[in-house]
Design a protein around this ligand. Structure first.
Ligand code: THU
Length: 132
């Protein structure tokens, strides 16, 4: 699957986004090494702090379906470049510090960069075991 095809999968999720408060739909698609793709969208909540970003349903679907070691690439999109929020960067880093991230905007153009550039010196599972 090409990066552009993964980006297009993320775009298909915009219509599923539940965004009555921000009116800011986000779609995400996560590619695994075997070609499986897990998608997600943001799901807002009247208790605003309970809102869930698009990236996390995609990740949690993968993890809960047994894809933990083979997460390769995440695409996310909105009207303009939608960089994953800090919390999503952290949650992704837990399972896939080597993940590649494609960030797309409304005209379907995208930029690609490694998660470790979005979250330099990230704190992950290995950090807990250092010096122990
Ligand atoms: N949002 C995402 O889905 N992903 C991000 O990485 C940034 C923010 C959502 C959360 C909320 O529903 C809306 O965008 C506005 O913050």
């Amino acid at each position: 699957m090409t990066d552009q095809e993964l980006v297009e999968r993320a775009f298909t999720m915009l219509e599923r986004a539940y965004v009555p408060y921000s009116h800011f739909p986000v779609g995400a698609a996560l590619l695994c090494a075997d070609g499986t793709v897990f998608t997600g969208c943001n799901v807002e909540n009247a208790a605003f702090g309970s809102t869930i970003c698009a990236e996390r349903p995609a990740l949690l679907k993968a993890i809960s379906e047994g894809h933990r070691e083979d997460l390769v690439k995440l695409a996310g999109n909105s009207t303009d470049y939608c960089w994953p929020c800090g919390s999503c960067r952290q949650v992704l880093y837990e399972f896939a510090p080597e993940l590649t991230v494609c960030v797309a905007r409304g005209d379907h153009a995208f930029v690609t960069l490694p998660l470790h550039e979005l979250l330099p010196h990230g704190f992950g599972p290995k950090s807990l075991h250092q010096g122990g």
